[in-house]
Design a protein around this ligand. Sequence first.
Ligand code: UGA
Length: 430
Amino acid sequence: MNILVIGAGYVGTTTGLVFAELGHKVTGLDIDSRKIDSLNKGELYFYEPGLEDLLINHLEKRNITFSTNVEKGIHENDVIFICVGTPSNEDGSANLSYIEQVARDIGHYMNGYKVIVDKSTVPIGTSEKVAQWIIKNRLENHPFDVVSNPEFLREGNALHDALYPDRVVIGSSSERATSILKELYKSMTCPVIVITPRSAEMIKYAANSFLAMKISFINELARLCDKLNINIQNISHGIGLDKRIGPNFLQAGVGYGGSCFPKDVDALLDTGFKYDTNLSILEKVVKVNKTQYLYFLERARQTLGSLKQKRIALFGLSFKPQTDDLRESPALYIINELLAENAVIKVHDPIAKLPLDIQMQGVVQYTSPEETAKQVDAILIGTDWPQYKELDWKEIKTNMRTPYVFDGRNMLDANKLKEFGLIYQGIGYK
Ligand code: UGA
């Protein structure tokens, strides 16, 4: 099939490449010509393991091409995926202006039947709005269907998640569109569910909110475990073995970040507010998350005293490992708090770059963790990059001013570090 993917961001680029891999002819479209130029050269402008190789491969085979030509893209493709951003408005609601623009363009340039597939995360009822926007801007009376097909891939695992999803959700009320979508996904072995567009939109928000809730639950419990001298890791393991609970998303730490959970939980809360339904559990999920990095720092203060003029090494900047994405990263919140307290901050991240405004405030990024840790009073772990586990902690300790390690991701082997004379403290984990 010929597929147009509008929006060459994280989800759009991955989606396009996965459909190319599944044997379709794909055009990736974006208004940002720098992104398009970079992708056409085979250069991924963001970090995501495995994706650049796939990009080069499918560019060479001419299975995918990238363009800024909206009219041509819509003319030449009958299946159009919408993968543009839906950032948060000030009040937490989702900003649909990019989606609306795409719908207008489709209305304007459509030249025959089109199936418009929304993969962007959008509030419940958006499929209907997209249809209205198309009708309003349609120059000729061509038929079309709007389908909601949410994406569940994680940054850092995008390729694997998109190629081997747990499920495919098709929100469609048209048999014609449903059969096209089923054909597209026919090589996938996972369950494919067909439901209404509204239900599909709700599934996306419900899934992200539920995962965020698991994280806030375990983080709040970790605070109690600290008081009771119980290891939260053992609790996560013990409850995770119950198949009804499951082992994932029970890793206590400094809280969730990224471009999805914070935004999507806010958007669902906003929907609840608009429909006069108080989603009180989600309100607490947000509250716990917003205070979790503060709790982490408070625990460090209880051990170190005031952080003023303390020399701190922060390991990890990105909101999770295997990505350079800094959006809503707890590590950045930690830096801002440390800056407000006049600590001296050195940072390391294997991939992510320290934003310029933070560099301007005197925070220095080093290329090696060992160098970062030299002459510091404490090391704080901000992101659970696996390579931090493999460091020569014995050697690192010899160059520190005082041997404190505060593990904001509960990722290090506490016993091993203690053997080397380091004073270790995790979250609900000593
Ligand atoms: C999330 C969802 O997991 C995807 O299914 C979804 O498609 C995506 O949002 C989206 O809506 O686009 P992502 O934000 O890429 O994916 O990353 P996650 O792996 O879910 O991690 C989110 C945050 O939770 C990270 O900051 C991570 O460090 C934190 N986390 C995760 C924990 O603190 N503890 C855990 O046990 C798991």
